[in-house]
Structures are given as structure tokens and as C-alpha cells.
Design a protein around this ligand. Sequence first.
Ligand code: BGP
Length: 476
Amino acid sequence: MKKFADDFIFGGATAAYQVEGGAKEDGRGPCCWDEYLSRPGSRFNGDVASDFYHKYKDDLHVANQFGVNGIRISISWSRVISDGSGEVNHQGLAYYNGLIDECLANGVDPFVTLHHFDTPQSLFQNGDWLNRENIDHFVRYAKVCFDHFGDRVKKWATFNEPWAVAQNGYIIGNFPPSIQYDIPKAVQIMHNMMIAHARVLLLYKSMNLPGEIGIVHTLEGKCPISDKPEDQRAAYLDDMLANRFMLDACFKGGYEAETLATVQDILMQNRGSFTMENGDMQILREAAQKIDFLGMNYYSSHFLQAYEGESRIYHNGTGEKGTSVFGLKGIGARVGNPEVETTDWDWPIYPQGMYNMLHRIKREYPNYKKIYITENGMGYKDDFIDGKIDDTPRIEYIYKHLEVLLKAIQEGVVVKGYYVWSLLDMLSWSNGFNKRYGLFYVDFATQQRYPKKSAFWYKKMSQTKRLLKGDEIQEF
Ligand code: BGP
């Protein structure tokens, strides 16, 4: 019978900017997303979001009733230190103390991420992760969090998805600072974030707190669209940048010779370079020996074709299926695979990619200790009909991913939990509010919550630890 271990976490994920709202309350300072989404022409912002800031008690109570026994939250740096580097905001600390206590009171174990895209605005203007001074500010902010919450929070992640920060901010241009095709800056950002991650990890380890620490990477499968060597090369290069560069940093404690040579080759084609400082490799090496887990976000895989042209990208941020374009100079083009269905936002639905990635971690990074699937889920335009939301396509998506996950676990990959993206509907960074992921539907006009069919299904799985099909539940 297909069963998860008794202590397997059936969690739900959130992120501060996407759910909290309360953007100007209790001394919270602005973050880069506040400024970015207040520019003329912006279609939405996170000022109110899902109002989790005021409604978290109800949300956690309901999470518990639906069998969700873990939650990913992130701390808004500019709520804790308004300008990122100055005085600590005690109202911010009080909010997170209350939130963490409420998680524990409801049996929903908190998994806390220190940085989920929302750098304080003044540090962002000051160069964000291109400016290494900001690493010192990040380490200090992390210390404040460990000092105040480290007694109760047992799972910490330094960063959420440095690849998204680099790719979306500097290559695609749909995240602040909205720069396109600047691969050299993207690589520099990734390297600097790796150093920031390593320093915070080593700080945590030096404090002897009763928990574990790791990082959350988004790991995208990269598959050649054909077996032509040039298409295989394109997949290899895209993988190098998106996955291998930072997996090497976190788990090998430095960049392997092949990784470094390939990245430098990509940089040469894009007329740039990146710098490492003395001592960087030593820090990475020490941190890689101490990292407790890999948080793996997996949504999709890309199919790569050789591409010789100039960089050209169009981001589908509205759910108008089939509008995406992605060609990157020196790397390749991401193209449709007629055999693989996609979401309305053109994300290929490819669970095999998750399975392959899990085995790859075990094979290539054997010191990984354990994995949590820290995000996986399906963006879908849910229909709200007479108070009911039948999100069967989402259930099918998650089912297929849990199925390969269970298989990988049975084959020896150590995975201790799954956090569905997302616990409840919330803001999607570059898409807005119509790209829904939640187990709970949020009516953004009233802030009312409604459990979707997936919530009832998830509850049954969490209770039984069995992988169930959507039609195996009676309650809905
Ligand atoms: C990840 C982020 C999440 C979440 C998710 C879905 O990259 O960590 O914060 O947003 O992707 O992405 P999107 O909202 O763009 O559909």
C-alpha cells in the first residue's frame, strides 16, 4: 500500500509579502516589492493581500482542522528592522512571536524562511545582493530572528529561491529591479547570496539552538527537446545556471571545475564576468559540511532547444495560454513539448522532472541529509460556484507529484515533508490574484475563506498518510 511515514509533514506554504498585507502597520518599513508594485501601470499590489496579518489565528485554526501539520512562513525583514539595518522594531517582533506561538498552539509546525524576495527598500536601492555590505545587514537581521524565535522555531531556511531572485530580476525582468538579459549580474547575485546563506547558516550553528537550517531552492528540470547534441547542450547550460551552480555551492562547498568553466563560458558569450573574494570558498566549504536539509520547490520542467539568436523573453503573467517566449543568448530556447500539457501560464506539468531531480540530489550530492518539498502546486483560475470550489485539476496535479515523491522515498531518497503551495490563495508576484494556488479559496473582496475540494482531499491524506485519488473522498 502507498503510505507516507507517520511523521511525514503534510504542510502548506506561504510567504510574508504574498499573504500578510498590513503593509504600513506597526512600524513595517517598505520592501522592494512595495515600490515595484506601486509604479504606474501596476495591476495589483500586496498592501492587503490575504490579510493574514490580522487573520492568522483563524487561518491556523482551520489549517489544523484540515490536517495541515506544518506551515512555511517567511519573516518580513522590514517588519523586524524597518530600514533593514537600523533599529529593531519591537512591534514586528511581537507580531512574529504571536504568529509562531499560534502555529505551535495549533500543532502546525512553523518552517521559517528569512528572505522570501522582500529585501527592505533602502538596502535594495543600495544594490540589493550586488552590494556585499548587505550581507552584513542580513547576518545581523538573522541574528535578531534567531535570538527571538530560535527557541521555538525548529526549521529555518536562509533564502527562498535565489535563482528566482536572479533570473526574474535580472534576466526575465518581471521582478524588481526589472532588468532583462543581464546574465553576469544574475550570476554575481547568486554567488553573493550563496555567501550570505553560508554566513547565516554558520551563525545559526554557532548558537547551538535546538533546530535545523537549510535553504530553499527552486529546482527546474531541464530536458532537451530532442536528442540532437545541440539541444542537449542547451539543456545542460540552462541546468548549469539554474540548478547546478548553487547546488554545488550549498552541498559541495564550492563550484566544481566543470561548473565554473561552463558558467564562465556563458558569461564570456554575454560579455561579462563575476567576482569572488578571498575567503569565499572557505565559507562555502564550512557551511556545506553543516547544512541540515535541502528545501526543494518543484513546479515544472523546461524543454530546451538550441538557440543562436539574441535574448528574447515574453513572460505570460495573465494566464493567456500559449503566449510565453523564452530564448536566451548563449544558452538556449525553452519550447513547448506537444506531449506534455501545461497550465494556463504555460508551465509544463511534468512530475517525472521532480522524480529525476530527487534521485539526482541523492546521487550527485550524497551529503544532503534530507529533503523537504517546500513548494509544489498548481496555479489555476478556480471557479467559485455556490460556495463550492471543485479544483479537481489541482488535485490531479498534486496527486501525480506525490505519487513520484512516494516512489522516490521508497527507493531511498530521504524526504521528510511536503508543503503544498499554497495554504490559501494569495498574491502571485508577477501575475496578481487570479493565479490561485490555495487549498483555501480567498474571496479578496471580503477576505472570507472557503475550503476547496483539495482541502478536504488533503485532510484525508494527512489523516491516513495514504496517497488518495480525488474521487476517494466522500466529504466535500
Ligand atoms: C515560487 C515562489 C512562491 C510562489 C510560487 C508560485 O517561485 O517561491 O512565492 O509565488 O513560486 O509562483 P507564481 O506565483 O509566480 O505562479
